[in-house]
Write a protein that binds this ligand. Structure first.
Ligand code: NAD
Length: 479
């Protein structure tokens, strides 16, 4: 059975009444799964008041108390992973094993924040006179508003919730209306783990209307958003106009640098599988493939072979390795990328079009696709495709590939394959990116910082940096 959908405000699950409702669609079958209630103005006001009231006591809670609730959330997430994962596959499309894996990883985020919130330390500064004391304390910033997307509906939301709640803040979160089940399930996890009413509130609605209302409210002190660069810039500008702190986890266009001296075939295989995780709808998805001249043919042959062998289908079916795209918008976007590629002289060497994976004309399926021979200013090489399409191109030397890799306004993840220590050092120093992965994929762990630079965002989630966006610094001096 699909998740019962609701708002969650002041500790209560709410729906019905005169609230507008939105259909939630299964992207594999196009069937309607459920009706999602939109928050009214009165609901948003109630969520704001609840978060403000709850902050007065939650900010004084001990980190041990907060940690106990977060640890319980981790335990409950593990217990419920199969059911929550199934609903993610239904409304987001990813294969069931990926959906369950997303929840298991998130349980670790809850565990880690449960421990780390005990270590939100201040400091003592040596005074100039012996009778003076100078202390720096870090306090929770207040009520936060968060907006999370549909590609990792559980992960993107829990990362913001555990950081805010662990720091002693309260939160109103608007999840993704396209794939809402995971966020409602999260509200239930926190509720059952004993989080006091008002500390976490979940709302739904027209994204721009809800975000504008919450960001402009004087009650909200901090904004956190994960999504596209244009929307992130819009929200950051609005937050700036009201002098509010932001964390922005935005899009990328991750370069992949494969050098002649790498283990070419294993790299090609690993990259093909990683590229198609979540059908390529991942902000850190490997996106532009630069392969050094001598390795190019070998890389392309193995990469194309693996991409072409991936089984596309309904994420609930055994053996499915890639599900549908999350909604029709993404399929249309892939078609536009492919149109531009063919106009710019690109050669499609695998896939290239929408497919009917279920034997009927239903579902938002797109074939895993590889395109070669594209110029650097084509759309696939410059705009985030956010789908299962990989452009592969050649390079001559390190200086050239670094210049091309750094040429876009994005700076999220990057990938390097080489067996040379000198090359690894040179490119990890030279890449303009928030995260550099050398010879493996090792990001997004609870204990490591995740975030971008340049247009890809502001701030980090995870790692020691995780609470920075949710704390303010207070200096106290006394004689
Ligand atoms: P979109 O930009 O309309 O929406 C992306 C997400 O932002 C959605 O969850 C949406 O509800 C939310 N959103 C949009 N406008 C908003 C607003 N004014 N206030 C608050 N939230 C808002 O695009 P889309 O078609 O849903 O997704 C396509 C693009 O979004 C992709 O090409 C990709 O660049 C980006 N995206 C990035 C991530 C990420 O993890 N960084 C995740 C999902 C989507």
């Amino acid at each position: 059975m699909y998740q019962d959908l609701a708002l969650y405000i002041d500790g209560e699950f709410i729906k019905g009444g005169d609230r507008r409702e939105q259909d939630v669609i299964n992207p594999a079958t196009e069937e309607v799964l459920g009706k999602l209630p939109h928050a009214t103005r009165a609901d948003l006001d109630r969520a704001l008041a609840a978060a403000q009231r709850a902050f007065e006591s939650w900010k004084k809670s001990s980190p041990l108390e907060r940690g106990k609730i977060l640890r319980r959330v981790g335990e409950l997430a593990r217990e419920r992973a199969k059911d929550i994962g199934r609903n993610i596959t239904l409304d987001q499309g990813k294969p069931l094993a990926e959906a369950i894996g997303e929840i298991m990883v998130c349980a670790e985020h809850a565990d880690w924040h449960a421990e780390e919130c005990r270590r939100i330390y201040g400091r003592v500064i040596p005074p100039r006179q012996p009778n003076v004391r100078q202390i720096v304390v870090r306090e929770p910033i207040g009520v936060c508003a968060a907006f999370t997307p549909w590609n990792f509906p559980f992960n993107q939301a829990i990362r913001k919730i555990v950081a805010a709640v662990g720091a002693g803040c309260t939160l109103i979160l608007k999840g993704p209306e396209d794939s809402p089940s995971a966020v409602v399930a999260l509200a239930q996890l926190f509720h059952d783990a004993g989080l006091p009413p008002g500390v976490l509130n979940i709302v739904w609605g027209v994204p721009g209307e809800v975000s504008t209302y919450l960001i402009e409210s004087p009650i909200v002190r901090k904004i956190s958003f994960t999504g596209s660069v244009p929307v992130g810039k819009q929200l950051a500008a609005l937050a700036g106009a009201h002098m509010k702190r932001v964390t922005m986890e935005l899009g990328g266009h991750s370069p992949v640098l494969v050098f002649d001296d790498a283990d070419i075939e294993p790299a090609a295989e690993m990259l093909a599988r990683f590229k198609l995780r979540n059908a390529g709808q991942v902000c850190v998805s490997p996106t532009r493939f630069y392969v050094q001249e001598k390795a190019y043919d070998k890389f392309l042959a193995r990469f194309t072979e693996v991409i072409g062998s991936i089984k596309v289908g309904n994420g609930l079916d055994d053996g499915t390795q890639m599900g549908p795209l999350a909604h029709e918008r993404r399929v249309l976007s892939m078609e536009q990328f492919l149109d531009d590629a063919s106009q710019r002289g690109g050669k499609v060497v695998a896939g290239g079009s929408r497919i009917s994976a279920l034997g009927n004309d239903k579902g938002y399926f797109f074939a895993p696709t590889v395109v070669t021979d594209l110029p650097d200013d084509s759309r696939l090489m410059t705009d985030e495709p956010f789908g299962p399409v990989a452009p592969v191109t050649r390079f001559k030397d390190t200086a050239e590939v670094l210049r091309r890799a750094n040429s876009l306004p994005f700076g999220l993840a990057s990938y390097v394959f080489t067996n040379s220590l000198k090359t690894a050092t040179e490119v990890s120093n030279g890449l303009e990116a928030g995260m550099v992965n050398i010879n493996h994929f090792g990001m997004a762990l609870a204990e490591t910082p995740f975030g971008g630079i340049k247009d890809s965002g502001i701030g980090s989630e995870g790692g020691l940096e995780t609470f920075d966006g949710y704390l303010v610094t207070k200096f106290i001096t006394q004689v």
